[in-house]
Write a protein that binds this ligand. Structure first.
Ligand code: ZN
Length: 315
């Protein structure tokens, strides 16, 4: 491990846990930066994401792997390391090393970010492709014997579903959305992207032993209602797709075809439709419309569910 610490020193136990994680994913020499300002460090290292934020729908990100033509480095938050157990630290390093593996083998959709193509299909392909990376890595994590990721546990999934429901209403109620459709679209796509990652984490856990009816069977009452509304039968299609994708340890060996990113885009388009939005117009460039397609009754029941659940969560 090539470690740089920007801030207070990290303990021996922490360093050893980090080394174990990297070695487990086959990247013992990876470059790692520990920083007390993750957001600033990522923005400085990767200028293609000037608005990068460490906030994720109510939570805070622990780390990010930056892959650009200049650098490949795992950036970790010092605050996260301080509050985490050696086991959790090992797990996150193994996971992030998985992103390095994908980057090195050219199987990371993120690397295409620098040559942004126009059109809405590219956006969905990017959202689906980045979520797929999480699936490929997490699937390998379970095979390596790691325990479940908190993000895929039912409490967290119930909460993510509630956040998704609320974020759609927040976007619709935001006065800037009415004046600026690009802004509105970006708010909805950010919510879609975060939720697609949650589904990727769940998919890895489902297919690694929890079963296809996971996570729905373990969600709370609100979570199940949200799941049936936003995901429903779409889950089976997504799992069928995931089953065809090799895990990260096959990167560079298997015949990974980048056209799977288009299949992923189609799935995100379907999920977006279930959430209540569609793109209309040419998919690969030119003017298009981003339109809300929601039945009044559906909107009403989602809104009352969101406020009831918010009340229960605050109590
Ligand atoms: Zn990841």
């Amino acid at each position: 491990m090539d470690l740089t610490v920007d801030g207070p020193e990290v303990g021996v136990e922490v360093v050893e846990a980090m080394e174990r994680g990297l070695a487990r994913m086959g990247r013992p020499d990876a470059e790692v930066l520990v920083t007390s300002d993750l957001q600033a460090a990522v923005r400085r290292l990767d200028t293609s994401v000037p608005a990068y934020t460490t906030q994720r729908g109510g939570g805070e990100v622990a780390g990010r792997t930056v892959i650009t033509p200049e650098v490949s480095v795992i950036v970790l938050s010092d605050q996260y390391l301080r509050k985490s157990s050696p086991h959790d630290i090992e797990r996150i390093l193994a996971h992030e090393a998985g992103h390095l593996v994908l980057g090195e083998s050219g199987e990371e959709v993120g690397s295409e970010r620098l040559s942004v193509k126009p059109g809405w299909r590219w956006k969905l392909r990017y959202i689906g492709g980045t979520a797929l990376e999480e699936y490929r890595i997490e699937r390998a994590m379970y095979d390596l014997g790691y325990g479940s990721s908190e993000m895929a546990e039912s409490d967290s999934v119930s909460s993510s579903l509630h956040v998704l429901n609320c974020r759609v209403f927040e976007a619709m109620a935001d006065p800037r959305s009415h004046a600026d459709t690009v802004y509105f679209e970006a708010m909805i796509l950010a919510a879609l992207s975060d939720f697609a990652k949650v589904l990727a984490y769940c998919g890895a856990l489902s297919l690694s032993g929890r079963g296809r009816d996971y996570p729905r069977r373990e969600l709370n009452h609100f979570g199940q209602a949200n799941w049936d509304d936003f995901v429903g039968t779409h889950w089976g299609e997504r799992l069928d797709f995931f089953e065809t994708i090799p895990d990260v340890r096959q990167a560079g060996i298997s015949r990974f075809e980048t056209n799977v990113w288009l299949q992923a885009a189609n799935l995100e388009q379907e999920l977006l439709k279930r959430i209540g939005f569609i793109f209309q117009g040419p998919p690969d460039g030119g003017n298009y419309y981003f339109t809300r397609r929601q039945d009044d009754q559906v909107v009403e029941s989602r809104l009352s569910r969101a406020s009831e659940e918010a009340m229960v969560r605050e109590a």
